[in-house]
Design a protein around this ligand. Structure first.
Ligand SMILES: C[S@@+](CC[C@H](N)C(=O)[O-])C[C@H]1O[C@@H](n2cnc3c(N)ncnc32)[C@H](O)[C@@H]1O
Length: 394
């Protein structure tokens, strides 16, 4: 099962009723922000029920006293992303013709501005490279000042750019659907940003979309982390009743994670599997036991796997093959035809360049053609030039 970083947890995660909760972060990053149009107090808060609009400049106290905020607007949004993914993120925003313009950029952090103010609805823009998208409440010189702007939030998350990563600080409390979450982002010793988003399905429950998972020593590959992070990010409910087929399964990090969850797996890969998963291997698909999770190694290239290799009852298609998105999606369509009970797809797309994200509409169209209705493309914190592609029949 997923292992979370040892905590300090709850100290880093506070309800706003306890503004003193976050301890000072001792290790600070060296700020390297490039200010294009650094905003200050760009936010307008409107309380819908009374049609009251408060422009924040000079109205800090009013904002702090608001407990029920139904509608929020800001001139800016910010995105937290994997350092190195900023360019692909901007490309995505351009491709969607959102009218968002780059405003300010730091590694792992990008703010956008548009002609009209942003509302919380703007945060549903499907930007795969954004691990977290927030209405920006602006920059502050201290964590406390940034935190004070988040009085409307039910829960505050903390994130920081540290050791060349955009890290979320572990939070013991899980957000509820619909809850307003504040995020304080530390980019440097005197650079803190405050943002708000509403928790919703398929959004990471973790600060900065960073699950902070630790791979178990027995895992033969980092793929264990990729699977566990995807399951957590999207809140996917796979159960021991599911049977997974994974293309590109060797040496077996994903298979190990699935077996640990009690889920049986057919792995397709000509390469050798690690002993830790071979301990659960069965020699023939037809001999699968019913009382314990099993692993069947179909030791051949994906293109040669047949309906007979899959057997009955496959409910999930996964792929971690080192192949182009086009090859993987072609195999996905073929496997979904061979196993019509497949209800979910989770693919780690391997890109040679993240800017290939321009091809996203074609990838999604292939999955729609197969019959999937809910699609998500998401870069996870454990990814490099990779993306998680999720498709569900809901
Ligand atoms: C990154 S590794 C997969 C890691 C694996 N998922 C795990 O959990 O440890 C990529 C794998 O894709 C496999 N692969 C590449 N092309 C393939 C193909 N056409 N059919 C099946 N496997 C393939 C390689 O043999 C390699 O083992």
């Amino acid at each position: 099962m997923a292992t979370r970083l040892p905590a300090a947890n709850s100290a880093y995660c506070s309800a706003v009723k306890n503004p003193d909760a976050p301890p000072p972060m001792t290790a600070r990053s060296r700020g390297c922000g490039r200010s294009l149009m650094a905003p200050s107090w760009p936010c307008r808060v409107a309380l819908e029920s009374t049609k009251l609009t408060i422009h924040l400049a000079g109205w800090d106290r009013h904002f702090q006293s608001l407990r029920t905020v139904n509608h929020l607007e800001s001139e800016f949004v910010f995105a937290l992303c994997n350092p190195g993914s900023e360019k692909a993120l901007k490309l995505e925003a351009d491709a969607l013709a959102l009218g968002w313009r780059l405003s300010y950029q730091h590694r792992g952090f990008v703010t956008f501005k548009a002609d009209a103010p942003f509302s919380l609805d703007a945060l549903t823009a499907p930007l795969a490279c954004a691990r977290r998208l927030c209405l920006s409440l602006g920059k502050a010189p201290t964590r406390e000042e940034a935190q004070q702007r988040l009085d409307a939030a039910a829960l505050i998350h903390y994130a920081r750019y540290f050791e060349r990563k955009m890290q979320g600080l572990p939070c013991a409390e899980s957000p509820q659907m619909g809850q307003l979450i504040g995020t304080v982002v530390e980019l440097g010793p005197t650079e803190f940003w405050a943002g708000l988003h509403r928790h919703a399905p398929f959004l990471s429950p973790d600060p900065a979309g960073d699950a902070g998972l630790v791979m178990p020593l027995e895992s033969p590959s980092r793929a264990w982390l990729k699977l566990e992070e995807a399951l957590r990010f999207f809140a996917l409910a796979l159960t021991p009743a599911d049977v997974v087929v994974e293309l590109g399964c060797a040496p077996g990090g994903v298979v190990l994670a699935l077996l640990q969850r009690g889920i049986s797996t057919i792995g397709v890969d000509p390469a050798k599997m690690a002993d830790v998963v071979l301990a659960s291997a069965i020699a023939k698909r037809a001999e699968a036991p019913t009382h314990k999770p099993w692993f069947f190694h179909c030791r051949k290239p994906a293109a040669l796997a047949s309906k007979r290799d899959l057997g009955p009852g496959v409910t999930w298609f996964m792929s971690d093959m080192n192949q182009s998105p086009e090859v993987v999606l072609k195999e996905c369509a073929r496997f979904c035809k061979m196993a019509p009970a497949i209800r979910g797809v989770l693919i780690t797309l391997k890109l040679t360049d993240l800017l290939q994200i321009e091809d996203k509409p074609q990838w999604l169209a292939t999955l729609t053609d197969i019959g999937f209705t809910t699609l998500r493309l998401q870069q996870l914190s454990v990814h490099h030039k990779e993306l998680a592609l999720l498709a569900l029949k809901l």
